[in-house]
Design a protein around this ligand. Structure first.
Ligand code: CAO
Length: 448
C-alpha cells in the first residue's frame, strides 16, 4: 500500500515551509518517526517524520523547494513489496551483489549491532565512568573523502541528524559499522578528533568555508601569511566570535583642545616628542578607566567572575609595514601627557622598526585605535580580548554646530566605543564615551 507524507499544519498563519535537507533516498527503509526531512517556516525549523514503517517510494521535493501545507512530499510503500521490487532491480543490475533479502537482514543486524554498540558505549560511559576515548583509540574514524552525496552514505536518520547538529560532514566520516555504515560513535569520534587536531585558536580562523576556484576567473597568486597576520587573524576572529559587541558613537568638540595642543606642542617637542591627539587621549582615557572600572576589567566566564584591575595599561594600535601592532603603555594613569607623548613616540617607532619586544605587546586592559591621521568619519574596531572595550578615533574636522541659537564652526572629533555586552551595558557605554567627550571639551571635568 502506498501512503503519502504531506506537509502538516505547523502553526496558525503558516501556509508553507522550505526544505532545508532531505535525509532519505528512494528505496530507503524507514520506520515510523524516522526523520525524512528538515524544514523551516518563517516561524521555526522543524523535522518531518515518517508516519509509517516501509520503504521510501518517491521523494517528491528537493532541497530549497517551498512546500505548501497539505502538499505531498514523500510516498511510502508500506506493503513490503517496494522492498521486493528494489531487491529484484538490484539483482538484475549486479548479480555479484548479495540478495536484497540478505542485505535487509544485514541491515537489521547492522542496526541492531549499531544500537547495541551505541547503547553499550553509553552504558559504559554512564555506569563505569570509563576514561574518555583518546583519538588513537578511535583511529578507525579517520577522515575519508566520499564522492557520494550525504543522502547516499549509509547511516540512520538519527545519526545523520547528530552529524548535522554538531557540524560534521557525514561524507567525510569512515563508517565502522557493517557494510561501512556510519554509526553514532563514528560521528562523535570524528568530531572529537577534528577538535583535538586543531591548534589552539585555529578553529576561529580555519573555518570549513570552501573557497571557489578563483583561477577560473583569472590569474591568481598565493602567498603565505606572515606571523603577525596569522596572530591578528586568530585574535580578531576569536574576539569577534566570543564577544557580543556593541558600538557607541559620539563626537567631542576639540576646538579648545586643539589650541592647547598647538600651544604646548613646542614644550613637548623640546622633550623630544610630539604632542598628538593620541597622547592626550591616552591621558584622558586613563582617567576614564579609573572612573569607570568595568572598562578596565576582564570577564572570566568559566568561573563566572569579573576581574577588576588596579593598574591601567592601555594598548595603542600602531600601523606598521608588517601590519597592526599594539604596544602597551603601562600605568598610563600615573604618567603626565609629556611622558605619555614620549613613550607613545618610542613605542610606535619600536613597533615600526621591528624593535618591539613581545612583552611590550602584552597586558593591555583597554585599546585606543586612532585612524584619524589617515581619514574616515567613523569605524567599529574589534575588542581585543581579554579586554572588554576599545576606543576608535576618526578624523577631526570643522563642522557647523548649533550653539546658543546660532551655527558656529567647531572642530569635532568622532569617537566610537566598541564594548563587550557581557559586562558592559548600553548606558555604561554611553556614559563612558560622553564623559570622555566632555573631558576633551573641558579637562577640568577630570578633577571631579
Ligand atoms: N584627526 C585629525 N588629525 C589627526 C588625528 C585625528 N583623529 N589623529 C592624528 N591626526 C594627525 C596628526 O595631528 C598628525 O598631523 P600633523 O602631521 O599635521 O601634525 C598626523 O595626523 C599624523 O599623526 P601621527 O600618526 O603622527 O600621530 P598620532 O599620535 O595621532 O598617532 C599612531 C599615532 C601610532 C596612533 C598612528 O600613527 C597610527 O599608527 N595609527 C593607526 C592605528 C591603526 O592602524 N588602527 C587600526 C587598528 S584596527 O585595524
Amino acid at each position: 500500500m502506498i501512503k503519502e507524507i504531506k506537509l502538516p499544519e505547523i502553526a496558525d498563519n503558516v501556509t508553507s515551509a522550505v526544505v532545508l535537507d532531505i535525509l532519505v533516498s528512494e528505496g530507503d527503509k524507514v520506520s515510523a518517526d524516522d526523520i525524512l526531512a528538515e524544514m523551516e517556516s518563517d516561524k521555526a525549523s522543524f523535522e518531518l517524520p515518517s508516519d509509517f514503517d516501509g520503504v521510501v517510494k518517491e521523494v517528491k521535493v528537493s532541497v530549497g523547494n517551498e512546500v505548501k501545507v497539505g502538499q505531498v512530499m514523500f510516498t511510502i510503500d508500506t506493503s513490503g513489496e517496494g522492498e521486493g521490487e528494489k531487491k529484484e532491480e538490484k539483482k538484475d543490475k549486479a548479480e555479484a551483489v548479495d540478495s536484497e533479502k540478505e542485505e535487509k537482514t544485514d541491515e537489521k543486524k547492522e542496526k541492531k549491532a549499531e544500537d547495541e554498540k551505541d547503547e553499550s558505549d553509553e552504558d559504559s560511559r554512564d555506569e563505569e565512568k570509563s576514561e574518555p576515548e583518546t583519538p588513537d583509540q578511535k583511529s578507525d574514524a579517520d577522515e575519508i573523502t566520499s564522492d557520494k552525496p550525504a543522502a547516499h552514505i549509509p547511516a540512520s536518520p538519527a545519526v545523520r541528524r547528530l552529524a548535522r547538529e554538531i557540524g560534521v560532514d557525514i561524507t567525510k566520516v569512515k563508517g565502522t559499522g557493517p557494510s561501512d555504515r556510519v554509526t553514532e560513535t563514528d560521528v562523535k569520534a570524528f568530531a572529537k578528533k577534528q577538535l583535538q587536531s586543531r591548534p589552539a585558536g585555529a578553529g576561529m580562523v580555519a573555518d570549513d568555508y570552501k573557497l571557489p576556484d578563483f583561477s577560473k576567473q583569472g590569474n591568481i597568486r598565493r602567498e603565505k601569511m606572515d606571523t603577525i597576520r596569522k596572530i591578528t587573524a586568530r585574535a580578531m576572529a576569536g574576539s569577534w566570535q566570543s564577544i557580543p559587541h556593541v558600538f557607541q558613537f559620539d563626537k567631542a568638540d576639540v576646538t579648545e583642545l586643539e589650541k592647547f595642543r598647538k600651544d604646548y606642542s613646542k614644550y613637548v617637542e623640546k622633550q623630544g616628542a610630539k604632542l598628538t591627539v593620541t597622547a592626550i587621549l591616552l591621558k584622558l582615557t586613563a582617567e576614564a578607566l579609573r572612573k569607570f572600572p568595568k572598562f578596565n576589567a576582564s570577564v572570566d566566564m568559566k568561573n563566572e567572575e569579573i576581574i577588576y584591575k588596579d593598574y591601567v595599561n592601555i594598548g595603542v594600535a600602531v600601523d606598521t609595514d608588517r601590519g597592526l601592532l599594539v604596544p602597551v603603555i603601562r600605568d598610563a594613569d600615573k604618567k603626565s601627557i609629556t611622558e605619555l607623548s614620549i613613550e607613545l613616540n618610542e613605542m610606535a617607532e619600536k613597533a615600526r622598526t621591528k624593535k618591539i619586544k613581545p612583552d611590550e605587546l602584552q597586558g593591555a586592559n583597554f585599546t585606543i585605535s586612532n585612524l584619524g591621521g589617515i581619514g574616515g568619519t567613523s569605524f567599529t574596531p574589534i575588542v581585543n580580548r581579554p579586554a572588554v572595550a576599545i576606543l576608535g578615533v576618526s578624523r577631526s574636522q570643522m563642522e557647523p554646530v548649533f550653539i546658543d541659537g546660532e551655527f558656529k564652526p567647531r572642530m569635532m572629533l568622532p569617537l566610537s566605543l566598541s564594548y563587550d555586552h557581557r559586562l558592559i551595558d548600553g548606558a555604561d557605554g554611553a556614559r563612558f564615551l560622553r564623559w570622555l567627550c566632555e573631558a576633551m571639551q573641558n579637562p577640568l571635568v577630570t578633577m571631579f
